[in-house]
Ligand binder design. Structure first.
Ligand code: ZN
Length: 201
């Protein structure tokens, strides 16, 4: 069974998600929700999903960035984005600590803003602290693309979408993104993003 992913406009996306106690986390109901979130993320596929996106205002995020999702991108682009495969990671009650507030700028999409992308600034290096699905404490050191995914997903838990943080003029339909950036050249993308930043500022 897959869960329905709600779209921008759904009330759950704009609320603060509730923390889970370890007792709540261990219930069959929450463990099933986690399993279904993983199945739903893989079905799309996407690299991150937060519980509010499936209509549950709870502090649960799931991240997975498989090597096969990265095959369309050149080595150059993967290096530029600092994108490496990330195994399945479930984090409960996650909090982000910024280690390097210097910003990186890339296009981002969201399964709850289907069909669009925009350039979003994100901190370069963070840690994500929380619990794993069994209730054990975890701390994940994340830079580059994983830092971006984590910041995006944790924002969902306080009712923020990437469109709250994007460069407004960079908001484009997926088809234009695919046409222009299907085989992106990191230098060209960098120039483009810098041009957008100067419009926005
Ligand atoms: Zn999202």
């Amino acid at each position: 069974m897959l869960l329905k992913i709600v779209q921008a406009g759904d009330d759950t996306l704009y609320r603060n998600a509730r923390k889970l106690s370890i007792t709540q986390l261990k219930t069959a109901k929450i463990q099933l929700l986690i399993d279904l979130m993983i199945a739903t993320l893989r079905d799309k596929p996407g690299v991150g999903l937060a519980a509010p996106q499936v209509g549950e205002a709870l502090q649960i995020i799931v991240i997975e960035d498989k090597k096969q999702y990265q095959e369309k991108l050149s080595e150059e682009m993967l290096t530029y984005q600092k994108r490496r495969p990330v195994g399945l990671t479930v984090i409960i009650n996650p909090t982000i600590t910024i280690l390097d507030a210097g910003e990186e700028y890339f296009f981002e999409g969201c399964l709850s803003v289907e069909g669009y992308r925009a350039v979003v600034p994100r901190a370069k290096h963070v840690t994500i602290s929380g619990l794993d699905r069994d209730g054990a404490s975890i701390v994940i050191d994340a830079d580059g693309w994983l830092a971006r995914i984590a910041q995006h997903e944790v924002d969902h838990l306080s009712g923020d979408l990437y469109i709250d943080k994007m460069y407004v003029k960079s908001f484009i339909a997926e088809k234009y993104f695919s046409n222009n950036w299907a085989d992106p050249d990191p230098l060209k993308m960098n120039e483009y993003v810098n041009a957008l930043r100067s419009i926005g500022e």
